[in-house]
Design a protein around this ligand. Sequence first.
Ligand code: ZN
Length: 335
Amino acid sequence: MNSGNLKKRAESNESNDYLHSNVKDFSPIKLKPSIKGYLWGGTRLITEYNKETSLEKAAESWELSAHPDGESIVSEGVFKGLTLREYIERNGVSCLGSKCGVKKDFPILIKLIDAKENLSVQVHPDDEYALREKNEYGKTEMWYVIDCEPGAYIYFGLNKKVTKKELMQGINRERLTDLLNKVYVKKGDVFFIFPGTIHAIGSGILICEIQQNSNITYRVYDYGRKDSNGNARELHIKNALDVINLERTEINFENTEKALVSCKYFTAQKLDFCKTVNLNCDIKSFRSIIVLNGKGNLAVNGKSVDFKKGDSIFVPAQNGSINITGDGEGILTYI
Ligand code: ZN
């Protein structure tokens, strides 16, 4: 965040007595993402998903994030301008729900990813390794393919059992992808990536990624690419070899209308707003809704927010019945 924004926030906070009181407010909020302009990104998040940025490219938008590397900001209402972490401090952990209070940090991170070019081949650690090495969570992630170009593919795990030596030979000879499952994707596909599974998002794919709140990636192979200064990006081979699962990977993927994934870290579900949708927001967890298409209105406890394509809505826990009307689709996530 730039200093101008900080100043603006301080000023608006000063003029807002609400923020100095201890009163909590569990109204639904809309969040503005942190945008990442990584080199492999495209412009679709800006042109089609209404993301505001001064960057030329928007590779990722961190739509629900309390991660210090890129926090979401409350975009309207009494908490406007607060980061998600500040909002949680203000409202107390009960706004996250009883399943979240015991965790070290905010549990998940939701991103939109526009891969115009290939992402590097990479792997993420599990909780045990990540907490030991970096005092951060490991990374289990789920991909929902929002859109893709014809012929687009991902790399998903190993196509046979290998030794560390064979893996290193693959990397050194720039033949690593020969050892990987190449999976052609289509709109609506869902992939669940366990820690230790070597993977890469290929070019021409737009994804909604739901993951643990972690930013630990070990880059294994970058297709021999160099930047405009002739420099290759850093690889993290030692850490990667520590965590890569060397067994053949069973490809898990679904192309489904509704259920996406339920794991010990989160549950994700597809929402269709063509008709009125009623959801329950219990005391166990908040609800996150990412709007993939269309527009509508979300009402809860007499408070409501309008939404459109690309919006991220956070409904604090224990709100009871959520009523969504409109026309479109989205992804619901809770813990
Ligand atoms: Zn990943």
